[in-house]
Write a protein that binds this ligand. Structure first.
Ligand code: ZN
Length: 164
């Protein structure tokens, strides 16, 4: 899934856990674990969202990813108090796409897009074992709506008061 989706679920997890009044060290531990696991879950169901395996040279691909980039940066600025949840909810992407893939590209001088460890070894097996029944909509532009809906629900849950 896109960065903003992981940011939103990480922030929401931190908000909910912090509201439980656990001892601070326990709170931090639960936030880290749940945020990391949330990445695996979201990516395992990513087949239902617009996600071509390699970049497309279409206006839609560029505009969608520009939108994701800008909204992700804005999200981090607005919800910076939830940095711990946001950081760990994005850690698998930071490890695989930012560190491993760039290291491979620089070292081998070969821009392969399927270089990953957590995504290939963990997330792909969870997706195959638990979510094989989901339709594969990764190439369909309209399936971006599915992700935008998930983001909207998460942000709504993030801004509504916890206790009425
Ligand atoms: Zn990911």
């Amino acid at each position: 899934m896109q960065a903003i989706t992981h940011l939103a679920i990480g922030a929401l997890i931190q908000r909910i856990i912090e509201a439980q009044n656990y001892p601070p060290y326990l709170s931090v531990f639960i936030i880290i674990c749940l945020a990391f696991l949330s990445h695996i879950f979201l990516d395992a169901i990513a087949n239902i969202t617009y996600h071509p395996p390699t970049p497309r040279k279409t206006t839609f691909w560029y505009s969608y990813h520009l939108f994701v980039l800008v909204s992700s940066v804005l999200f981090v600025i607005i919800f910076i108090q939830y940095w711990l949840g946001m950081l760990f909810a994005n850690l698998p992407d930071i490890i695989d796409w930012l560190i491993l893939r760039n290291y491979y590209w620089i070292k081998r001088k070969n821009r392969r897009f399927d270089i990953s460890f957590i995504h290939k070894k963990v997330i792909d097996s969870v997706a195959k074992k638990c979510f094989w029944w989901l339709p594969d909509l990764r190439e369909k532009e309209w399936s971006a709506i599915n992700e935008l809906l998930i983001i909207a629900i998460l942000i709504l849950m993030l801004i509504v008061p916890l206790k009425v």
